[in-house]
Design a protein around this ligand. Structure first.
Ligand code: UD1
Length: 370
């Protein structure tokens, strides 16, 4: 008999992380069988479906269909739906795997432990030490209830030990996001997205923005658009716009201004291949995403993070990332170094070798397998 493991995915970055795990679990190691639960936190086709297709993720076994809402509403709806699933599912669950730091991650971890089902957290121990970020709360709480803490970079082990996590729970396994990157880089390079958008390799800056701290308030978003206008004097600016960001640009009357700038190229959210293909050929990336800091490091593309902190410090110490902080004028200063070829280069990072999912499934088979 196999041990059924519920693997949870809710939002866009989750899909990139569960894909290699599901692939590794499909080999049947330790008699594990994955059951995929899609919470529906992200539901637009370009935020969800395209990722399933490109990453080869099977159709979810369970769809909770929770949609958007306030943090409380969204977390509560996932918790309710997931609890109901665990209580009624046949065969019953031998364990739950959650990834990342989104509301679905916390809600499913909480739902599982309350029913006595053990939880494994992939990407455990990352800390920005900024509790105004919803993701930081999700990380701290998920780690505090998880039985297995799968760590992607050394800071994760350090943070978990400092918080008193028992040593036997902490497992350094490397980075599943980089597993996906390695598996799909040739498909990404085959997309032709750079030419389709009328760009030239290394002739543009890629921009992604969606953090509430950057996009929810008018002064900050206006200052960011002004900064991008200055960047656009030297490089084309390509900006796939997240739904949250589009709503804010519209609300603050900034959408037309960005769309009308001939050096800007605004697009809908892109698929995984297209987005990786654009990153791979960019001169630099300006972002507030967590995953892109890691992907840029793996590809050695200069990354300027439009935040005051990062929960992924290895991308700064060993990678191609710089955390900009409050002063957006630093972007131009560092861009000068990049354009002059004086910017730092990324080093290879331990455990970012394309085999993290295999290592995770090895541990799951030992601990939860039959
Ligand atoms: C969520 C995660 C964030 C992650 C990001 C990646 C939390 C707290 N945040 O933020 O950590 O980096 O996903 O994208 O879990 N919307 C759509 N279509 C969709 C999904 C959302 O239009 O498919 C709109 C809705 O208006 C929604 C808003 O985007 O209210 C925000 O979506 P939500 O899931 O609350 O958070 P994200 O900002 O996407």
């Amino acid at each position: 008999m196999s041990a059924v493991i519920d693997v949870v995915a809710g939002a866009r970055p989750n899909f990139v992380k569960v894909a290699p795990l599901l692939k590794a679990m499909a080999r049947g190691t330790g008699g594990l069988r994955a059951r995929l639960v899609h919470t529906g936190q992200h539901y637009d086709p370009e935020m969800s479906e395209v990722f399933f297709r490109q990453l080869g993720i099977p159709r979810p076994d369970v769809e909770l269909g929770v949609g958007s809402g306030t943090h409380g509403e969204q977390t509560a709806r996932v918790l309710l739906g997931f609890e109901r699933h665990l209580a009624t599912a046949a065969p019953s669950s031998s364990g739950v795997v959650v990834v990342g730091d989104v509301n679905s991650t916390l809600a499913c971890a909480l739902g599982a432990v309350k029913l006595g089902v053990p939880v494994a957290h992939v990407e455990a121990g990352l800390r920005s030490f900024d509790r105004t970020m919803p993701e930081e709360i999700n990380r701290v709480l998920t780690d505090s209830v998880a039985e297995l803490l799968f760590v992607s970079e050394p800071s994760g082990e350090f943070n978990l030990r400092r918080e008193g996590a028992p040593e036997e729970r902490i497992r350094f396994v490397g980075n599943v996001m980089i597993d996906s990157l390695r598996q799909h880089l040739s498909a990404a390079r085959a997309t032709d997205i750079v030419r389709e958008l009328g760009l030239e390799a290394r002739g543009y800056a890629l921009v992604t923005l969606h953090r509430p701290s950057n996009v929810d308030e008018e002064p900050r978003l206006t200052a960011t658009i002004e900064m991008l206008e200055r960047v656009a004097r030297a490089l084309r600016v390509v900006f796939p716009v997240h739904p949250r960001t589009r709503q804010s640009l519209q609300r603050f009357g900034l959408l037309g201004r960005a769309q009308d700038n001939p050096a800007f190229r605004l697009t809908e959210p892109l698929g995984y291949w297209e987005s990786l293909g654009l990153l791979d050929s960019a001169r630099l990336v300006l972002t507030d995403s967590g995953g892109i800091q890691e992907e840029a490091t793996a590809l050695n593309i200069p990354c300027l993070t439009l935040r005051t902190t990062t929960e992924r410090p290895i991308t700064v110490t060993d990678g191609s990332n710089t955390v900009i902080g409050h002063e957006l004028s630093r972007v131009e200063e560092i861009m000068g170094e990049i354009l002059a070829g004086r910017y730092k280069k990324a080093r290879a990072i331990d455990g970012w070798d394309g085999k993290a999912a295999e290592r995770i499934v090895g541990v799951l088979a030992d601990v939860w397998g039959r």
